[in-house]
Design a binder for this molecule. Structure first.
Ligand code: C2E
Ligand code: MG
Ligand code: MG
Length: 633
């Protein structure tokens, strides 16, 4: 039973007999179709295929394949039939061709025509003795293994043998060819796929840097011909890193895909949208006649960010900054154009984001300054060129020292002592703020412990912390480590954060809670200058507000600011927050703040920022401290 299934597939082979004698046609048909299964054929099959197929062919059900036999009286007729069969997709596997067919083509000519059409067809030349020698035949037809000679008069078994063996040979060759073709197609598909992967970004499917470079080259070549310009638009999502960190990377990825599909919709045909990596996208604009046109396109692109993106079940509003560079004005090649557009994008970011800027050559200078300064800053940290100053904070009477604020300075060997505003922004931009911030925290804590160990009164030490530092996932752990390493009790450490750091960041709020849980104090610095939205304050537990210097400066100058100070203090009281006034420079300001029941004060009126040793002196000089110190001794 099994044998039946495993026996030969019965194929429908087409055979053509080309002979000018129609009786021969009949003979062929009879020989090849009358017997389907005989003892003779079994043994025939055995002898032909004993090595591979013998077992199968010994099955009792063995039969000749189904032969479909057509005939032609002349070479031309046979040729046309073969051609039609090919066109129909049902080619002949075998042709028996008579060698002499007057008045038309003889066998050799017929075969030449047939093989010009179809190299695969098997051919048997039917010949009476000595028409042509085998050598003559081969030299006329070229070397081939698809040709056999059958001498007339025919032996029936020989005809069957030939038909059987040659159709099988044709079939195997045919299957081989198909297999090769499918293999080749697969290789081509796979190659195409790999090529696509190499040239595209896996996340968004957009062209990657490699393909972008190619596209820019093409655009430049086209612009050279047309006399028009090409522009590069460098996009960067504002604060994308923050979103990525505060939500999660999957959400970040989804956001990038959402951005991609929105941008795709507004790209002009012929322009290219590519992703450089991270949150950076490039649009290559071709066929540009002027900046008006660019501005139009850039505005349309930026407009796509007016609506929030729906990602991970929330609406995320994200803005972009874009920089534009033009060929040939701002760069000759891909690298130069990218760099110019990148600088212009940075300018757009510096100006607050949500906008695009054109490249101009001054940017180059700034960029290199910045780059160089970034390197110098890194070196400064390694060379220990930073140091801390400490500015005292007093209680409202101005007599009792309650805290110091650590303020960083950079002793640049070339330029002298630099203030934070000259390097903190750059440290943030380059990421150096993270190691630098850690150094600041450690140095401040160590200093506080040193004073405490020297017998000075226990005072808080306040350290400024930037948003980027607080967003580090290990910020809490790092702080805990420093506290235990230096031995400072947490309640003597106060971290100063600005409003912008706290607003809209669930992660930061969580970190603040955890810090307060371990006893660290949190102060809101520069209050009134930032987001200036009081409602969020109700959601966060803090310890202290520091009223910004700009309000204090206007005491007895601007009544409006006095009113604001009054309101801030009232509000803080209602929320159980202490209030420190910053930048107190004169007695009038002090008097006003005392009247308002402000809790603490800091400013040049009392003391400039001091070195560690100067602080020691100050602490020993304050009468009340001297008193305490002498009592202790
Ligand atoms: P801030 O945290 O508001 O620090 C107070 C700033 O006001 C200090 O400037 C201080 O010298 C100055 N100041 C204090 N009293 C007066 C006064 O009576 N009049 C005037 N005109 N100014 C006064 P500084 O040291 O230049 O620091 C500026 C800012 O740089 C700081 O503002 C803070 O935001 C940042 N900063 C300072 N040190 C660090 C630090 O270690 N880490 C971080 N991340 N930021 C720091
Ligand atoms: Mg501060
Ligand atoms: Mg401040």
């Amino acid at each position: 039973m099994q044998g039946q299934n495993h026996s030969h597939e019965v194929h429908d082979f087409r055979i053509i007999v080309i002979d000018d004698n129609s009786e021969i046609h009949r003979d062929f048909i009879k020989i090849l179709t009358s017997i389907q299964s005989t003892e003779k054929l079994d043994s025939l099959s055995d002898s032909l295929f004993s090595a591979n197929e013998g077992k199968k062919t010994r099955e009792p059900g063995f039969s000749l394949p189904q032969f479909n036999i057509d005939t032609a009286i002349q070479g031309e007729e046979g040729f046309f039939k073969i051609r039609n069969a090919l066109q129909e997709g049902r080619p002949y596997s075998l042709a028996f061709v008579d060698i002499r067919m007057p008045p038309g083509w003889d066998g050799i000519e017929t075969i030449q025509h047939i093989w010009a059409l179809d190299r695969d067809i098997q051919i048997v030349i039917c010949t009476a003795y000595s028409d042509y020698s085998w050598e003559e035949t081969l030299s006329a037809l070229g070397e081939t293994d698809n040709l056999l000679v059958l001498k007339k008069p025919f032996d029936q078994v020989a005809v069957r043998q030939l038909a059987y063996a040659l159709t099988r040979k044709w079939q195997i060759a045919h299957e081989m060819k198909q297999y090769n073709a499918s293999l080749e197609a697969e290789i081509q598909d796979r190659t195409r796929e790999l090529k696509f992967q190499a040239m595209h970004d896996a996340l968004t499917g957009l062209p990657n840097r490699l393909l972008l470079e190619e596209k820019v080259k093409q655009a430049i070549a086209a612009a050279k011909k047309s006399g028009k310009k090409t522009a590069l638009l460098f996009f960067d999502l504002d604060r994308f890193k923050l979103i990525n960190d505060s939500l999660n990377h999957m959400t970040g990825d989804q956001l990038l895909c959402a951005v991609t599909s929105r941008l795709r919709k507004v790209i002009r045909p012929g322009d290219t949208l590519a992703r450089l990596g991270g949150d950076e996208f490039i649009v290559v604009m071709t066929d540009i006649s002027g900046t008006d046109q660019i501005a139009g396109i850039a505005t349309a692109l930026l407009k796509q960010f007016n609506q929030p993106f729906r990602v991970a079940e929330r609406d995320i509003l994200i803005t972009v900054s874009a920089g534009i560079s033009l060929w040939p004005d701002n760069g000759e090649n891909f690298q130069e154009l990218i760099r110019s557009a990148d600088m212009a994008m940075y300018r757009a970011k510096e100006l607050g984001g949500r906008q695009f800027q054109y490249y101009d050559s001054n940017m180059n200078k700034n960029y290199f300054n910045k780059l160089e300064n970034g390197i110098r800053l890194r070196r400064a940290l390694a060379n220990e060129e930073f140091f801390l100053c400490y500015q005292p904070q007093f209680d409202i009477s101005g007599e009792k020292l309650v805290a110091v604020e650590a303020l960083i300075r950079w002793n640049d060997p070339k330029k002298g002592v630099m203030l934070p505003m000259d390097f903190i922004p750059l440290a943030e931009e380059t990421g150096l703020i993270v190691p630098l911030g850690e150094w600041i925290l450690k140095t401040a804590c160590r200093q506080a412990v040193e004073w405490q160990s020297a017998g000075f009164p226990l005072i808080r030490i306040a350290v400024n912390i930037t948003s980027q530092q607080l967003h580090q996932h290990n910020f809490l752990k790092m702080t805990e480590n420093i506290l235990s390493e230096t031995g400072l009790a947490p309640e003597y450490l106060e971290l100063e954060l600005t409003e912008n750091t706290i607003v809209n960041s669930p992660n930061v709020i969580h970190t603040i809670d955890s810090l307060r849980k371990i006893g660290v104090k949190i102060a809101l610095d520069d209050f009134g200058t930032g987001y200036s939205c009081l409602s969020y304050l109700r959601n966060i537990k803090l310890d202290r507000l520091k009223i910004d210097r700009s309000f204090v400066r206007n005491i007895s100058v601007n009544n409006g600011d006095e009113v604001i100070i009054h309101a801030i203090i009232e509000m803080a009281r209602s929320m159980n927050l202490e209030v420190v006034a910053e930048g107190v420079e004169n007695s009038a300001q002090l008097k006003f703040l005392q009247e308002q029941n402000c809790s603490e004060i800091q400013g040049f009126y009392f003391s400039h920022p001091l070195s560690g040793d100067e602080m020691k002196k100050l602490m020993s000089d304050i009468p009340s401290f001297r008193e305490i110190l002498s009592k202790n001794n």
